[in-house]
Design a protein around this ligand. Structure first.
Ligand code: BDR
Ligand code: CA
Length: 310
């Protein structure tokens, strides 16, 4: 499969990238402000590509601010001040693959694709919304098979009781994308938290050379951050990796089709609301379950490939 990634690396984004590079042809990456600011997420993508042995993958930075909100929301308390805390990654002096902003570059890339591609978004949806707002015509629709989004939740949140981080950070973008009528699939927190990765399993990364050491450091930091935040647990959740898996293997997920809206302001900001059929919102494919045993096996197989290749 050939896919583009829009991300805000971020520790689970890092694992998602490692898996995606092994499971398909990553044609390009756009970055967005999210877990940390936009300059850092862009640089982090470059640092990761170097570690994963794929520095040639093009990266273009995108939005540094949400669509309309004046103040960005970051998650440094989870991913650390750099966004990739837990292993001292070198600065790589990454050059943007294009001077265009991410959403314009995506349009250019799609014009050059001869087959439909998949797009996986694992950060706030600002870049995706800007793209859909500017390029909503048949020429582009024909080249996008799916847009799979890690974000939202049908039940429970991680920023507030009801809102998930990516949708909370840019609720206007999330509402626009989910109401766009493009082939959007939502993989929300209620599903990404079904397969928990036991922290004790991280020792397996010790057998995987440099990539394993980097991922062990990052995920170790992530696990400690979660404990520090009072959510003591013996497992971690690989949210963004679940969206990658849902793109590659939708048959391992249970889906339902529902029209959705995202609350854009106030106490419930970022909350996903199912609207009544007939309210003229398009149906969105929403994941409601995943084969967790399969997912964990698939992730370990993907990461195991680094041991063989590098
Ligand atoms: C999402 O928020 C971010 O902190 C993670 O990278 C993931 O994309 C989970 O709510
Ligand atoms: Ca993310």
């Amino acid at each position: 499969m050939r896919w583009y990634l829009d991300m805000d690396p971020g520790i689970d984004d890092a694992v998602a990238l490692a898996v995606a590079l092994n499971r398909g042809d990553v044609a390009g990456i756009t970055t967005v402000a999210g877990n940390v600011d936009g300059e850092k997420t862009f640089r982090n993508a470059g640092r990761l590509l170097k570690v994963f042995g794929r520095p040639e993958v093009p990266v273009v930075p995108g939005a540094r601010r949400p669509l309309f909100l004046a103040v960005p929301t970051y998650a440094e308390h989870v991913h650390g001040p750099s966004g990739l805390e837990g292993y001292p990654l070198a600065e790589e002096g990454l050059q943007a693959a294009s001077d265009l902003p991410a959403w314009q570059w995506m349009a250019e890339c799609l014009r050059n694709e001869d087959q439909p591609v998949d797009w996986v978004a694992t950060g706030p949806l600002t870049n995706v919304a800007r793209f859909l707002g500017a390029y909503d015509d048949d020429r582009y629709r024909a080249r996008v098979r799916t847009i799979t989004v890690m974000g939202g939740s049908l039940c429970g949140g991680n920023v507030t009781d009801t809102a998930e981080f990516n949708f909370y950070a840019d609720p206007d973008a999330a509402d626009f994308v989910l109401g766009s009528g493009w082939p959007v699939r939502m993989v929300g927190l209620d599903v990404t938290m079904r397969p928990g990765l036991p922290i004790s399993d991280l020792t397996k990364l010790g057998e995987m050379g440099t990539v394993g050491a980097v991922l062990a450091g990052l995920m170790g930091y992530y696990a400690e951050a979660i404990v520090r935040l009072g959510e003591a647990s013996d497992q971690i959740y690989l949210h963004d990796v679940v969206a990658v898996a849902a793109t590659a293997h939708p048959e391992k997920f249970t889906w339902k089709q529902v029209p959705l809206q995202i609350v854009r302001e106030g106490e419930l900001r970022g909350t996903v609301v199912e609207v009544l059929h007939g309210e003229r919102r398009p149906l969105v494919d929403v994941a409601v379950d995943v084969d967790s045993q399969w997912f964990l096996r698939w992730v370990w197989e993907s990461l195991g490939a680094y041991q063989v290749k590098r």
